[in-house]
Design a protein around this ligand. Sequence first.
Ligand SMILES: N[C@@H](CCC(=O)N[C@@H](CS)C(=O)NCC(=O)O)C(=O)O
Length: 217
Amino acid sequence: MSIKLYGYWRSSASYRARIALNLKQVDYEYVPVHLVKNGGEQHMEAYRSLNPAELLPTLVDEDEDIILTQSLAIIEYLDERFDTGIQLLPEHKLQRARVRAVAYDLAADIQPLGNLRVLQYLEANFGADAQTKAAWARHWIEKGFGAIEKRIQNTAGQYCFGFDVSLADVCLVPQVYNAKRFNVDMEAYPLISRIADNCNKLEAFIQAQPENQPDAE
Ligand SMILES: N[C@@H](CCC(=O)N[C@@H](CS)C(=O)NCC(=O)O)C(=O)O
């Protein structure tokens, strides 16, 4: 089997995919793409030919001759392709929809607003300095975390949904990592903090942490 993940140590979307690969116990090759060096390797032809959106991550499954982008699509693909490890989406359709809703809160509504290219655009076109960009990112994380903290009030156990790790947790932990980078006061989100701490005790999450990647700086 030959699976490659193109990622960057601090990219939260890559971090999601790494957690999922580990939870599914998939052996994979990690190919670092530097998001900042030389104006960003994601914009260079070598990577753009794999992913025209110039965003990380990209997964290549050479056995199936497949190139996949979008971390959530990648994770659902892995969940269905491999019956190893744990199931990231519940069997029951209502539970599955609820897990996806929290994952989309994180990956579709929060993370894109703090993405590198958005912050770069604010700086280049609206003169936003480092402080303004951080305040912007913090604002959207806090708004999103406020909603999630309420949303999982009745579903949380050890993880977002009871006692099984799911796609929601896979998306939550990288966003908590981002929140800390932007100095969000995590004490305002005790449930999210507790769940992230629980996840971060698991080997699959530890191995996926930005600091544990070969390209970590
Ligand atoms: N919705 C995409 C988001 C991908 C994304 O935003 N990737 C970021 C890193 S977390 C990126 O590559 N940014 C490069 C840039 O902004 O130029 C996914 O989940 O895969």
